[in-house]
Design a protein around this ligand. Sequence first.
Ligand code: ADP
Ligand code: PLP
Ligand code: ZN
Length: 337
Amino acid sequence: EVLHTIWPGEFVDSPEFRATRIHPRQPFQVMGFEVDTINSVQFSNHTGNCRAVLGSARRVPDSTIAANTRAKGATEPCYKHWRGHVLKSDELCELYEGLRLNGITDYDYVLTGYTADRSFLERLVGIIKDLKQGNPQMVYVCDPVLGDTWDGKGSMYVPEDLLPVYRDLVLPMADVITPNQFEAELLTGRTFSTQSEAIEVMECLHARGPHTVLITSADVDGARKNDRLVVFGSRNQPGRRRERIRMEMPRISAVFVGTGDLFAAMLLAWLHRHPHDFKLACEKAVSAIQHVLHRTFHCARELAGHEKPNSAELELRMIQSKKDIEDPQVTLHASSL
Ligand code: ADP
Ligand code: PLP
Ligand code: ZN
Protein backbone atom coordinates (compact mmCIF):
# COMPACT_ATOMS: atom_id res chain seq x y z
CA GLU A 1 0.00 0.00 0.00
CA VAL A 2 1.63 3.16 -1.13
CA LEU A 3 0.14 6.56 -0.60
CA HIS A 4 1.53 9.94 -1.28
CA THR A 5 1.23 12.55 1.32
CA ILE A 6 2.35 16.08 0.88
CA TRP A 7 3.16 17.50 4.28
CA PRO A 8 3.96 21.14 4.38
CA GLY A 9 4.90 20.55 7.98
CA GLU A 10 5.48 23.54 10.12
CA PHE A 11 5.07 26.85 8.37
CA VAL A 12 6.86 29.64 10.06
CA ASP A 13 8.09 33.03 9.09
CA SER A 14 9.51 34.59 12.17
CA PRO A 15 12.10 33.54 14.69
CA GLU A 16 9.83 32.80 17.61
CA PHE A 17 8.58 29.53 16.21
CA ARG A 18 9.82 26.05 16.70
CA ALA A 19 10.54 23.05 14.56
CA THR A 20 10.79 19.44 15.60
CA ARG A 21 13.89 17.30 15.34
CA ILE A 22 11.45 14.49 14.70
CA HIS A 23 10.61 14.67 11.04
CA PRO A 24 6.84 14.33 10.56
CA ARG A 25 7.47 11.93 7.71
CA GLN A 26 8.95 9.26 9.97
CA PRO A 27 5.77 7.75 11.43
CA PHE A 28 4.19 7.59 7.98
CA GLN A 29 7.11 5.76 6.47
CA VAL A 30 7.17 3.29 9.35
CA MET A 31 3.56 2.53 8.47
CA GLY A 32 4.32 1.97 4.79
CA PHE A 33 3.17 5.28 3.36
CA GLU A 34 5.16 6.93 0.66
CA VAL A 35 5.55 10.57 1.48
CA ASP A 36 6.48 13.69 -0.41
CA THR A 37 7.48 16.35 2.04
CA ILE A 38 7.65 20.06 1.72
CA ASN A 39 9.80 21.33 4.54
CA SER A 40 8.44 24.69 5.38
CA VAL A 41 11.31 25.23 7.79
CA GLN A 42 14.75 23.78 8.24
CA PHE A 43 15.86 24.40 11.81
CA SER A 44 18.63 23.06 13.98
CA ASN A 45 16.28 22.19 16.84
CA HIS A 46 12.83 22.75 18.24
CA THR A 47 12.20 26.36 19.20
CA GLY A 48 9.00 25.72 21.16
CA ASN A 49 10.50 25.86 24.61
CA CYS A 50 12.72 28.80 23.68
CA ARG A 51 9.80 31.11 24.22
CA ALA A 52 11.23 32.71 27.32
CA VAL A 53 14.58 33.21 25.66
CA LEU A 54 13.05 34.54 22.47
CA GLY A 55 10.57 36.70 24.31
CA SER A 56 11.80 39.96 22.91
CA ALA A 57 11.47 38.72 19.34
CA ARG A 58 7.88 37.62 19.69
CA ARG A 59 4.88 39.47 18.41
CA VAL A 60 2.63 37.97 21.06
CA PRO A 61 1.69 39.84 24.23
CA ASP A 62 4.06 39.60 27.18
CA SER A 63 1.41 37.87 29.24
CA THR A 64 1.56 34.94 26.82
CA ILE A 65 5.28 34.63 27.23
CA ALA A 66 4.94 34.76 30.98
CA ALA A 67 2.28 32.05 30.90
CA ASN A 68 4.37 29.86 28.61
CA THR A 69 7.42 30.35 30.74
CA ARG A 70 5.61 29.25 33.86
CA ALA A 71 4.02 26.28 32.18
CA LYS A 72 7.24 25.19 30.53
CA GLY A 73 9.18 25.30 33.80
CA ALA A 74 10.79 28.74 33.61
CA THR A 75 13.90 29.12 31.50
CA GLU A 76 15.21 25.66 32.14
CA PRO A 77 14.25 22.90 30.16
CA CYS A 78 14.68 24.65 26.82
CA TYR A 79 17.06 24.96 23.92
CA LYS A 80 18.85 28.25 24.26
CA HIS A 81 19.79 28.67 20.61
CA TRP A 82 18.51 27.81 17.23
CA ARG A 83 19.46 28.45 13.66
CA GLY A 84 17.79 27.83 10.34
CA HIS A 85 15.46 29.22 7.77
CA VAL A 86 11.91 29.36 6.60
CA LEU A 87 10.32 28.59 3.24
CA LYS A 88 8.61 31.61 1.66
CA SER A 89 5.15 31.33 0.12
CA ASP A 90 6.62 31.93 -3.36
CA GLU A 91 8.99 29.03 -2.78
CA LEU A 92 6.05 26.82 -1.82
CA CYS A 93 4.35 27.69 -5.12
CA GLU A 94 7.54 27.01 -7.02
CA LEU A 95 7.80 23.53 -5.55
CA TYR A 96 4.16 22.84 -6.29
CA GLU A 97 4.66 23.99 -9.87
CA GLY A 98 7.47 21.46 -10.22
CA LEU A 99 5.18 18.68 -9.07
CA ARG A 100 2.43 19.85 -11.39
CA LEU A 101 4.65 20.15 -14.45
CA ASN A 102 5.69 16.53 -14.00
CA GLY A 103 2.12 15.40 -13.41
CA ILE A 104 2.98 13.90 -10.03
CA THR A 105 0.23 15.42 -7.96
CA ASP A 106 -1.97 12.35 -7.57
CA TYR A 107 -1.91 12.37 -3.79
CA ASP A 108 -4.33 10.33 -1.72
CA TYR A 109 -3.87 12.53 1.30
CA VAL A 110 -2.60 15.97 2.16
CA LEU A 111 -1.65 16.79 5.72
CA THR A 112 -0.83 20.30 6.81
CA GLY A 113 0.54 21.58 10.07
CA TYR A 114 1.88 24.78 11.47
CA THR A 115 1.80 28.01 9.54
CA ALA A 116 2.31 31.49 10.87
CA ASP A 117 1.78 33.51 7.74
CA ARG A 118 -1.52 34.48 6.18
CA SER A 119 -0.31 34.58 2.59
CA PHE A 120 1.34 31.16 3.01
CA LEU A 121 -1.94 29.73 4.28
CA GLU A 122 -3.93 31.32 1.46
CA ARG A 123 -1.52 29.86 -1.11
CA LEU A 124 -1.90 26.52 0.56
CA VAL A 125 -5.68 26.72 0.20
CA GLY A 126 -5.17 27.31 -3.53
CA ILE A 127 -2.91 24.25 -3.81
CA ILE A 128 -5.36 22.02 -1.97
CA LYS A 129 -8.23 23.22 -4.17
CA ASP A 130 -6.15 22.39 -7.22
CA LEU A 131 -5.23 18.94 -5.89
CA LYS A 132 -8.86 18.18 -5.05
CA GLN A 133 -9.96 19.23 -8.49
CA GLY A 134 -7.49 16.76 -9.97
CA ASN A 135 -8.51 14.03 -7.55
CA PRO A 136 -11.91 14.50 -5.88
CA GLN A 137 -11.19 11.46 -3.65
CA MET A 138 -8.18 13.12 -2.08
CA VAL A 139 -8.51 13.48 1.68
CA TYR A 140 -7.27 16.66 3.32
CA VAL A 141 -6.24 16.32 6.96
CA CYS A 142 -5.70 19.67 8.64
CA ASP A 143 -4.14 20.37 12.01
CA PRO A 144 -5.37 23.93 12.53
CA VAL A 145 -2.47 25.10 14.66
CA LEU A 146 -3.54 28.35 16.32
CA GLY A 147 -2.68 28.25 20.00
CA ASP A 148 -2.99 26.41 23.26
CA THR A 149 -3.97 26.76 26.89
CA TRP A 150 -1.49 27.40 29.65
CA ASP A 151 -2.49 27.54 33.30
CA GLY A 152 -6.12 27.43 32.22
CA LYS A 153 -5.72 30.46 29.93
CA GLY A 154 -5.78 30.13 26.17
CA SER A 155 -3.56 32.18 23.90
CA MET A 156 -2.78 32.23 20.22
CA TYR A 157 0.76 31.67 19.01
CA VAL A 158 0.09 32.53 15.40
CA PRO A 159 -0.98 35.95 14.08
CA GLU A 160 -4.68 36.58 14.69
CA ASP A 161 -5.40 37.15 11.01
CA LEU A 162 -4.96 33.42 10.41
CA LEU A 163 -8.14 32.57 12.30
CA PRO A 164 -10.61 33.84 9.65
CA VAL A 165 -8.60 32.09 6.93
CA TYR A 166 -8.75 28.78 8.78
CA ARG A 167 -12.42 29.22 9.63
CA ASP A 168 -13.71 30.50 6.28
CA LEU A 169 -11.33 29.04 3.69
CA VAL A 170 -9.51 26.05 5.19
CA LEU A 171 -12.32 24.33 7.14
CA PRO A 172 -14.67 24.05 4.13
CA MET A 173 -11.88 22.19 2.28
CA ALA A 174 -10.82 19.96 5.17
CA ASP A 175 -12.07 16.38 5.56
CA VAL A 176 -10.43 15.67 8.90
CA ILE A 177 -9.34 18.21 11.52
CA THR A 178 -7.37 17.84 14.75
CA PRO A 179 -7.76 20.99 16.86
CA ASN A 180 -7.01 21.09 20.55
CA GLN A 181 -9.73 22.48 22.82
CA PHE A 182 -8.61 26.09 22.50
CA GLU A 183 -8.43 25.84 18.71
CA ALA A 184 -11.87 24.22 18.50
CA GLU A 185 -13.22 27.06 20.62
CA LEU A 186 -11.61 29.74 18.45
CA LEU A 187 -12.88 28.18 15.24
CA THR A 188 -16.47 28.00 16.48
CA GLY A 189 -16.54 31.02 18.79
CA ARG A 190 -17.88 28.78 21.58
CA THR A 191 -16.12 27.66 24.72
CA PHE A 192 -16.81 24.35 26.42
CA SER A 193 -16.21 22.75 29.80
CA THR A 194 -18.49 19.72 29.71
CA GLN A 195 -18.87 16.71 27.46
CA SER A 196 -22.21 17.81 26.07
CA GLU A 197 -20.81 21.24 25.21
CA ALA A 198 -17.84 19.54 23.54
CA ILE A 199 -20.27 17.56 21.40
CA GLU A 200 -22.04 20.78 20.37
CA VAL A 201 -18.73 22.34 19.39
CA MET A 202 -17.86 19.30 17.27
CA GLU A 203 -21.27 19.64 15.60
CA CYS A 204 -20.46 23.27 14.76
CA LEU A 205 -17.15 22.15 13.28
CA HIS A 206 -18.89 19.52 11.12
CA ALA A 207 -21.25 22.22 9.91
CA ARG A 208 -18.23 24.19 8.68
CA GLY A 209 -16.94 21.33 6.52
CA PRO A 210 -14.92 18.45 7.96
CA HIS A 211 -16.68 15.09 8.31
CA THR A 212 -14.21 13.93 10.94
CA VAL A 213 -13.25 16.00 13.98
CA LEU A 214 -10.81 15.02 16.71
CA ILE A 215 -10.29 17.27 19.71
CA THR A 216 -6.78 16.20 20.64
CA SER A 217 -6.76 17.33 24.25
CA ALA A 218 -9.55 18.79 26.32
CA ASP A 219 -10.28 19.69 29.91
CA VAL A 220 -13.90 18.79 30.59
CA ASP A 221 -15.69 18.10 33.85
CA GLY A 222 -12.57 19.00 35.84
CA ALA A 223 -10.25 16.48 34.13
CA ARG A 224 -7.25 18.80 34.28
CA LYS A 225 -7.31 19.22 38.03
CA ASN A 226 -7.16 15.43 38.33
CA ASP A 227 -4.18 15.40 35.96
CA ARG A 228 -6.16 13.77 33.20
CA LEU A 229 -6.75 14.72 29.60
CA VAL A 230 -9.65 13.88 27.34
CA VAL A 231 -9.79 13.25 23.59
CA PHE A 232 -13.10 13.57 21.73
CA GLY A 233 -13.84 12.31 18.25
CA SER A 234 -16.81 12.69 15.96
CA ARG A 235 -17.43 11.28 12.52
CA ASN A 236 -20.33 12.40 10.39
CA GLN A 237 -19.90 10.98 6.91
CA PRO A 238 -22.71 10.90 4.40
CA GLY A 239 -24.29 7.46 4.17
CA ARG A 240 -22.73 6.26 7.41
CA ARG A 241 -24.03 6.26 10.91
CA ARG A 242 -22.87 9.12 13.11
CA GLU A 243 -20.15 8.10 15.56
CA ARG A 244 -18.69 9.81 18.58
CA ILE A 245 -15.99 8.64 20.94
CA ARG A 246 -14.27 9.78 24.14
CA MET A 247 -10.89 8.69 25.47
CA GLU A 248 -9.45 9.72 28.78
CA MET A 249 -5.88 9.30 30.02
CA PRO A 250 -3.54 10.38 32.80
CA ARG A 251 -1.44 13.42 32.00
CA ILE A 252 2.28 12.63 32.10
CA SER A 253 4.07 15.34 34.06
CA ALA A 254 6.30 16.64 31.29
CA VAL A 255 5.94 19.05 28.38
CA PHE A 256 6.50 17.27 25.11
CA VAL A 257 6.88 18.85 21.71
CA GLY A 258 5.73 17.35 18.46
CA THR A 259 2.82 15.46 19.99
CA GLY A 260 0.23 17.37 17.94
CA ASP A 261 2.16 16.50 14.78
CA LEU A 262 2.35 12.86 15.80
CA PHE A 263 -1.36 12.82 16.58
CA ALA A 264 -2.34 14.08 13.12
CA ALA A 265 -0.01 11.60 11.39
CA MET A 266 -1.14 8.61 13.43
CA LEU A 267 -4.78 9.50 13.01
CA LEU A 268 -4.46 9.77 9.23
CA ALA A 269 -2.65 6.44 9.05
CA TRP A 270 -5.07 4.53 11.28
CA LEU A 271 -8.16 6.01 9.65
CA HIS A 272 -6.72 4.73 6.39
CA ARG A 273 -6.09 1.26 7.81
CA HIS A 274 -9.49 1.02 9.53
CA PRO A 275 -11.84 3.04 7.32
CA HIS A 276 -14.87 1.27 8.76
CA ASP A 277 -13.89 1.25 12.41
CA PHE A 278 -13.57 4.81 13.66
CA LYS A 279 -13.32 3.77 17.31
CA LEU A 280 -10.46 1.33 16.67
CA ALA A 281 -8.61 3.85 14.49
CA CYS A 282 -8.76 6.41 17.32
CA GLU A 283 -7.71 3.83 19.91
CA LYS A 284 -4.68 2.78 17.88
CA ALA A 285 -3.62 6.34 17.10
CA VAL A 286 -3.85 7.50 20.72
CA SER A 287 -2.36 4.29 22.16
CA ALA A 288 0.63 4.59 19.80
CA ILE A 289 1.24 8.14 21.02
CA GLN A 290 1.00 7.06 24.63
CA HIS A 291 3.58 4.31 24.05
CA VAL A 292 5.93 6.86 22.51
CA LEU A 293 5.41 9.36 25.35
CA HIS A 294 5.83 6.82 28.15
CA ARG A 295 9.04 5.50 26.59
CA THR A 296 10.28 9.06 26.09
CA PHE A 297 9.45 10.04 29.67
CA HIS A 298 11.17 7.02 31.21
CA CYS A 299 14.29 7.44 29.07
CA ALA A 300 14.40 11.18 29.85
CA ARG A 301 14.16 10.57 33.58
CA GLU A 302 16.94 8.01 33.46
CA LEU A 303 19.16 10.40 31.54
CA ALA A 304 18.36 13.32 33.81
CA GLY A 305 19.02 11.48 37.07
CA HIS A 306 17.60 13.61 39.85
CA GLU A 307 17.29 16.70 37.68
CA LYS A 308 14.24 17.71 35.70
CA PRO A 309 14.63 16.36 32.13
CA ASN A 310 15.60 19.04 29.62
CA SER A 311 14.42 19.52 26.03
CA ALA A 312 17.07 17.32 24.49
CA GLU A 313 16.25 14.51 26.90
CA LEU A 314 12.54 14.86 26.14
CA GLU A 315 12.87 14.52 22.35
CA LEU A 316 10.32 11.90 21.33
CA ARG A 317 11.85 8.39 21.11
CA MET A 318 10.53 7.69 17.63
CA ILE A 319 13.08 5.16 16.41
CA GLN A 320 12.92 3.20 19.66
CA SER A 321 9.11 3.16 19.28
CA LYS A 322 9.06 1.73 15.76
CA LYS A 323 7.21 -1.43 16.78
CA ASP A 324 4.62 0.50 18.79
CA ILE A 325 3.95 2.75 15.81
CA GLU A 326 3.65 -0.15 13.38
CA ASP A 327 1.41 -2.25 15.56
CA PRO A 328 0.33 -0.51 18.75
CA GLN A 329 -1.14 -2.57 21.51
CA VAL A 330 -4.44 -0.90 22.35
CA THR A 331 -3.90 0.16 25.94
CA LEU A 332 -6.41 3.00 25.90
CA HIS A 333 -9.99 2.22 25.07
CA ALA A 334 -12.54 4.63 23.71
CA SER A 335 -16.10 4.83 24.89
CA SER A 336 -18.82 5.48 22.35
CA LEU A 337 -20.97 8.52 23.01
P1 ADP B 1 -2.14 19.83 20.73
O1 ADP B 1 -0.74 20.06 20.36
O2 ADP B 1 -3.01 19.72 19.56
O3 ADP B 1 -2.58 20.76 21.81
P2 ADP B 1 -1.29 17.87 22.48
O4 ADP B 1 0.11 17.92 22.03
O5 ADP B 1 -1.64 18.51 23.76
O6 ADP B 1 -2.22 18.41 21.36
O7 ADP B 1 -1.76 16.39 22.56
C1 ADP B 1 -1.77 15.50 21.50
C2 ADP B 1 -1.82 14.12 22.10
O8 ADP B 1 -0.57 13.87 22.74
C3 ADP B 1 -2.88 13.95 23.18
O9 ADP B 1 -4.06 13.43 22.62
C4 ADP B 1 -2.24 12.95 24.11
O10 ADP B 1 -2.50 11.64 23.63
C5 ADP B 1 -0.76 13.19 23.95
N1 ADP B 1 -0.16 14.01 25.03
C6 ADP B 1 0.42 15.22 24.90
N2 ADP B 1 0.92 15.65 26.06
C7 ADP B 1 0.66 14.67 26.96
C8 ADP B 1 0.93 14.49 28.36
N3 ADP B 1 1.59 15.41 29.08
N4 ADP B 1 0.50 13.36 28.94
C9 ADP B 1 -0.15 12.42 28.26
N5 ADP B 1 -0.43 12.53 26.94
C10 ADP B 1 -0.03 13.62 26.30
N1 PLP C 1 3.72 26.25 18.44
C1 PLP C 1 4.70 26.35 17.59
C2 PLP C 1 5.54 27.56 17.67
C3 PLP C 1 4.93 25.35 16.62
O1 PLP C 1 5.94 25.44 15.78
C4 PLP C 1 4.08 24.26 16.58
C5 PLP C 1 4.32 23.22 15.63
O2 PLP C 1 3.56 22.61 15.01
C6 PLP C 1 3.04 24.21 17.47
C7 PLP C 1 2.90 25.20 18.40
C8 PLP C 1 2.06 23.10 17.50
O3 PLP C 1 2.62 22.01 18.09
P1 PLP C 1 1.71 20.87 18.72
O4 PLP C 1 0.43 20.85 17.96
O5 PLP C 1 2.54 19.66 18.51
O6 PLP C 1 1.56 21.22 20.16
ZN1 ZN D 1 -1.64 21.21 18.02
